[in-house]
Ligand binder design. Structure first.
Ligand code: ADP
Ligand code: MG
Length: 473
């Protein structure tokens, strides 16, 4: 397994640590680990890492660290599009915590006069597109002779034929340039050649996600509410073949027990494994798992340490692990010695942020998918799916329904809301806000009534017409 690097081992300025804490980032991604220490030393860097690997912070953190809130331009970051400029600037603003730097975007399509005035108030870091930066420089609103750092994001695009002359124009004006950072997902040879024209003995860092010790397995995630995780699990287990074996991970002993109990009720043969069992009991279970008489184990992370059974083809994260390294340990249980394997994560709304953190930290592609279909020849779910509107509800417990009802046919909000109150025999409060769109009507409805409302719409007509409805996610 590979090691992780926590941001707090780098002795970054406390203002940046505050930004990172605020963002909830603990671990550096691979490209950040590979390039930040070099860039902090002032060395020129060419960093190549795939999309989504965290390149923005890889240059953002060292750039923020070297700038002071003086109001004089110190760093210039160029991006190929204004969207990207905005994204990069937003991330820098987040990462700088309470550094107090003025970070501005400069791109075309915005009011030049206004921009000139803003720039006139002082700026420490500019994130911009080449055209407008050149324009503002020629008009005297940007002084490129001052900044000592230039960074090109998506450098492959910045240095191709289209932008190259602009970049060289900027480079020539940046007479005080000391450090240059280039980041991109790809670096064709001609781009590297072009870069050498204006870089000073750069370190080329290729972050190769494949070099991580992650087995070649398929990673999937299914968005599902807590109450339907067992339904998805039932589907996954119903796809198992005779010599497949599975480990299902839960975060707590209690959850292991509950899942075992409920799956047994649905006639699955599963075995729980956690720290409350005696050493002896655990070894017995593991022996039976190794010899294959037990096919499916439901375990906590601690209890599953050291299980290496080659026939494990499926790992399920019933819960996402709180500790990110556990994710890698868990999925490492399958796909051993060249066998295929899959790891599925069941992700409720509360789990979603942790999933994206895991993906970013390890550079994993976890494909979001629907629950698998039932296998051929099976017509009933082993575990029934429950109505669960809690996942889509807002903080007040309301879910939005989109009715196939033209505002003209709806009449008024009052007519719509009375129809529901009458059809559901419910309190007026269960029906929330009603909004009219171009050709449909949005009704917000308390979760407790959504099931009833959907049924009522199937059975009853609205002013003589039948009205279909869908839940707005
Ligand atoms: P790239 O530029 O390599 O395509 P980004 O810099 O846009 O990738 O980062 C991808 C996502 O990962 C962003 O949402 C970013 O906020 C997030 N991210 C980056 N680094 C980390 C980290 N160390 N921990 C958690 N999330 C991160
Ligand atoms: Mg990027």
């Amino acid at each position: 397994m590979f090691t992780t690097t926590r941001f707090d081992t780098w002795e970054l300025p406390s203002s940046i640590m505050n930004g990172l804490n605020e963002a909830g980032w603990e671990f550096a991604t691979q490209v950040q680990k590979d390039t930040i220490p070099i860039a902090r030393r002032g060395t020129d860097v060419i960093g190549q890492a795939r999309t989504g690997s965290g390149k923005t912070a890889a240059f953002g953190i060292p750039i923020i660290e070297r700038c002071k809130p003086t109001g004089q331009l110190q760093s210039l970051i160029l991006t190929p599009t204004r969207e990207l400029a905005n994204q990069v600037a937003e991330e820098l603003v987040m990462l700088q915590g309470d550094s107090d730097l003025t970070i501005l975007t400069v791109y075309g399509g915005t009011d030049i006069e206004k921009q000139a005035k803003t720039l006139g108030n002082g700026v420490d870091i500019i994130v911009g597109t080449p055209g407008r930066v050149m324009d503002m420089t020629e008009r005297g609103h940007i002084d490129l002779s001052h900044p000592s750092l230039m960074c090109l994001d998506e450098a492959d695009r910045m240095l191709d034929m289209g932008f190259f002359p602009d970049i060289m124009w900027v480079v020539e004006k940046m007479t005080n340039r000391e450090q240059t950072l280039l980041f991109s997902a790809t670096f064709p040879q001609e781009i590297i050649d072009a870069a050498h024209e204006f870089m000073n003995d750069p370190d080329f860092v290729l972050t190769n996600a494949e070099s991580l010790d992650i087995p070649p397995i398929d990673l999937f995630s299914v968005r599902v509410g807590r109450s339907n995780k067992l339904w998805v699990l039932g589907r996954l287990l119903s796809h198992m073949k005779d010599d497949d074996q599975t480990i299902i991970f839960c975060n707590t002993k209690r959850m292991v027990d509950l899942a075992v109990e409920r799956l047994k009720k649905h006639r699955f043969e599963v075995q729980g494994l956690h720290g409350d069992l005696s050493q002896n009991q655990r070894e017995k279970i593991l022996d039976r798992f190794r010899e294959g008489s037990v096919k499916t184990i439901i375990a906590t992370d601690v209890a599953a340490r050291g299980i290496d059974v080659d026939a494990i083809t499926l790992v399920v994260n019933y819960d996402l692990p709180v500790d990110m390294d556990s994710f890698v340990h868990r999925i490492g249980r399958t796909g051993r010695i060249g066998r295929s394997g899959a790891a599925w994560s069941l992700v409720s709304r509360d789990d979603a942020p942790q999933l994206s953190r895991i993906m970013a930290t390890y550079g994993l592609d976890i494909l979001p998918v629907e629950a698998p279909e039932l296998p051929e020849g099976m017509d009933r779910d082993p575990v029934r799916r429950q109505d669960d509107f809690g996942e889509t509800a807002d903080v007040f417990g309301y879910v939005t329904l989109r009715l196939n009802l033209h505002p003209k046919d709806a009449g008024s909000s009052y007519a719509v809301s009375s129809w529901f109150v009458d059809a559901l025999k419910c309190d007026e409060l269960a029906v929330g806000e009603i909004q009219f769109e171009e050709s449909s009507t949005l009704v917000s409805m308390h979760t407790s009534k959504v099931g009833l409302a959907m049924k009522a719409l199937e059975k009853r007509e609205f002013n003589g017409a039948s009205v279909g409805a869908t839940i707005v996610e």
